[in-house]
Design a protein around this ligand. Structure first.
Ligand SMILES: Nc1ncnc2c1ncn2[C@@H]1O[C@H](COP(=O)(O)OP(=O)(O)OP(=O)(O)O)[C@@H](O)[C@H]1O
Ligand SMILES: [Mg+2]
Length: 445
């Protein structure tokens, strides 16, 4: 745990530094609020012991600035004269606690360990995974928010029942993950799970994919083909983008579900199937029914149980957990040791709006982990439009050097690290380029 001590008295700083370092914490000390706020941008801390009466901007002022930007940081105020108003004011602004001077080291140690326990508990909660362990490249499903808990409850309840399920949710909210979770927890778990995207195909193509065809059924059918549904018999069929299935095909699917048998194209004998159907859509299927774009009878068949996945913005509590989860996932995947994230980068990830939901978040974190050059993900590892966002949201502008480094890196990537071409594009003498590469740690040797 990282702790900052902010006090204008050298004696206080060194006493706390000594006592807390001894407890195993990493301790930084600052003589003024300005110094601390500047450092905070680059080196976030978990806990700050903050003197109220500082020269320059006051402790309360520091609190007011720092707390909204770094909500996870705990702040304990130290006050020489216990003025009750300022204490109440500080608690209202998000201070964790306050201590009166002269300081008792025991109390300081006790408070630090209290914060430490609290952090650890939070981290453990974050690590708490739910519902299912990784299967065929699909990870666990994560969530602590109440809408996600409700989803987990439904999955558990419905999985063993073998009824059809309709999953609705915006793009990237985890519909396929839910379908796989249900399969994994059902009696069919050792049999196939097949996913079929119903959108964008003609009726003929869908029919031959789903049902297969008999040799000679049409020109080009030189051999008999087993359809997807037949291969999945005994398991689960996941019908993705169900709303986009052509109307004519919907009737055929309805018959398959009702009669539990299929007919290969060109065949005259039906084949018995044992399938559970899970359908998913990011559209409002009920509305499609009202607009006569989707058969009502098929809708009722599929919609025995409905699971609605909330958009990521309706469960912001899940964000920290998902960020950590994906960081872990891709650190492992890329054999990296990423254990940290620059506070500003984390803030941006926590406040962005994710129109592409969990999938978008996952992509952003994957990219960041891939690009990260140290154990910590930095602002530079986020996509450019998110970095832009940081400028408007947090007033964090890139310096010329950061900008330059970034740009050189992009050109290097484009030229596949060809220094001659890079120098030409940048219109720089090779020696200058070479010096810059060294300066920014971009040279490959
Ligand atoms: N709660 C979650 N915990 C962990 N990973 C998740 C969660 N929700 C979604 N994901 C991940 O996000 C990605 C998108 O999920 P999925 O493909 O299931 O979404 P979808 O709703 O089917 O999206 P689309 O409508 O775009 O097909 C996957 O990599 C999935 O593993
Ligand atoms: Mg999907």
């Amino acid at each position: 745990m990282r702790i900052a001590v902010i006090d204008d008295e050298e004696i206080v700083r060194s006493r706390l530094h000594k006592a807390l370092t001894k407890e195993g914490y990493t301790v930084e000390t600052y003589g003024s609020g300005e110094e601390f706020l500047n450092a905070l941008e680059h080196s976030p801390v978990d806990l700050a012991f903050l003197d109220i009466s500082l020269p320059g901007i006051s402790g309360l002022e520091v609190l007011k600035h720092a707390k909204p930007k770094f909500p996870e940081m705990e702040i304990i105020l130290m006050t020489g004269y216990s003025s009750i108003e300022s204490v109440i004011d500080s608690v209202r602004q998000g201070a964790f606690y306050y201590v009166a001077k002269p300081l008792k080291l025991d109390e300081i140690r006790h408070l630090a360990s209290k914060v430490y326990d609290r952090k650890r508990l939070l981290d453990e909660n974050r690590a708490l995974k739910t519902v299912l362990s990784p299967v065929d490249g699909w990870g666990a499903m994560i969530g602590v928010s109440s809408p996600m808990k409700e989803v987990f409850r439904l999955i558990e309840k419905v999985a063993p029942l073998d009824c059809n399920v309709l999953i609705q949710g915006e793009s990237g909210t985890g519909k396929e993950l839910v379908a796989r979770s249900i399969h994994r927890q059902s009696r069919r778990k050792d049999r196939a799970f097949v996913a079929f995207n119903c959108g964008g195909f003609t009726e003929e193509l869908i029919a031959s994919e789903l049902f297969g065809y008999q040799r000679g059924a049409f020109t080009g059918a030189t051999a008999t083909k087993i359809g997807i549904l037949e291969t999945a018999s005994g398991g689960t069929a996941f019908m993705d983008e169900i709303a986009d299935m052509p109307l004519s095909m919907q009737g055929k699917l309805l018959r398959v579900i009702q009669e539990k048998q299929i007919m290969r194209v060109g065949a005259n004998k039906p084949i018995q199937l044992d399938l559970r159907f899970i359908a998913a859509t990011n559209k409002d299927l009920k509305k499609a029914v009202q607009e006569v774009r989707f058969r009502e009878d098929l809708y009722f068949r599929l919609n025995v149980v409905q699971i609605n996945l909330p958009g990521l913005m309706d469960r912001k509590e899940d964000l920290p957990l998902l960020i950590d989860f994906f960081t872990q996932k891709y650190s492992t995947k890329f054999s990296k040791k990423i254990s940290n994230m620059e506070q500003i980068a984390r803030q941006i990830l926590l406040s962005y709006s994710y129109p592409g939901n969990v999938r978008e978040l996952e992509n952003i974190v994957e990219r960041a982990v891939a690009l990260a050059e140290s154990e910590s993900i930095t602002l530079n590892d986020l996509p450019p439009d998110l970095r832009e966002y940081s400028v408007t949201q947090y007033g964090k502008w890139l310096t010329y050097e950061e900008q330059e480094r970034d740009y050189i890196k992009r050109v290097l990537k484009f030229t596949d690290h060809n220094l001659g071409r890079t120098a030409k594009i940048l219109n720089l003498p090779r020696t200058t380029l070479w010096r810059k590469l060294k300066k920014y740690g971009l040279s490959q040797s």
